[in-house]
Design a protein around this ligand. Structure first.
Ligand code: FE2
Length: 245
């Protein structure tokens, strides 16, 4: 039998296209992927390694004098369709992608080299919740940007880990930090960010509560903030096999 020479990343793109094709349908209000197809996609993504994308792990553990001006995070675009987007994020040693959301989207993060810590939050219904006292206190203009949430998990991932998953309902907000050196991960989002369809990216700050109003220590309040000044994302050419979908 002839050997299948299709690059793994091309198989992943095709599978993502099938898996998430109904996420935008009006009948699928929760944007759920097809379960069996989703399993197959997870299996393909789990086996992806940096070498499959011709990605050489960065060696430098800290930026040099000129490196201080280089972006803490770089994005390599692979492909985007109305159904999903796919690319690679590279984090400099010690860099992190601040807490942000993916409204109405599914996602998958697969580490290609290095190690990352992912802190995932779920948004909770704020209706009827008693707003606690914050330290420092919030101004009136900040109150509408508050949202109640819960820290769902903090996990570490390396190249041998399965992907970290997010859905519109669970683990939808996350902060990703490179641990012990540079790190890179494949990022699949379905559907892609689209500010014209209420899928813009928002950044959040975890607030300190001086007098917790809840029994749950994991419950927390987030304040929507502008993109933090110490975070920006540069671009870099994707070196791997071409992908068509
Ligand atoms: Fe993200």
């Amino acid at each position: 039998m002839p050997r299948d020479r299709t690059p793994l990343i091309q198989k992943i793109a095709k599978q993502a296209s099938v898996t998430f094709k109904d996420c935008l349908s009006k009948d699928n209000g929760e944007h759920k992927p097809l379960p069996e197809q989703h399993k197959q996609l997870i299996s393909l993504v789990t086996s992806l390694r940096a070498a499959d994308l011709k990605l050489a792990p960065r060696k430098s553990s800290r930026p040099g004098p000129e490196g201080a001006q280089s972006p803490p995070v770089t994005y390599m675009h692979i492909c985007e369709t109305p159904v999903f987007s796919m690319g690679v994020f590279i984090l400099r040693s010690g860099a992190s992608i601040p807490l942000h959301d993916h409204p109405g989207m599914n996602g998958m993060i697969k580490v290609l080299y290095g190690k990352v810590s992912v802190r995932c939050f779920d948004k909770l219904d704020s209706d009827g919740a008693v707003t606690p006292v914050f330290e420092p206190p919030l101004s009136h203009s900040q109150v509408p940007s508050l949202c109640r949430s819960v820290l769902h998990c903090v996990s570490e991932y390396s190249a041998s880990s399965p992907p970290c998953l997010l859905t519109p309902q669970q683990d939808n907000l996350h902060q990703i930090e490179a641990l012990g050196g540079p790190a890179a991960f494949l990022d699949i989002l379905a559907p892609p960010y689209d500010p014209d369809n209420n899928r813009d990216c928002h950044y959040y700050q975890v607030l300190q509560v001086s007098a917790p109003s809840s029994e749950s220590p994991e419950e927390t309040w987030l304040l929507e903030i502008p993109q933090p000044e110490d975070f920006w994302c540069g671009g870099q050419a994707y070196p791997g096999p071409p992908v068509s979908v």
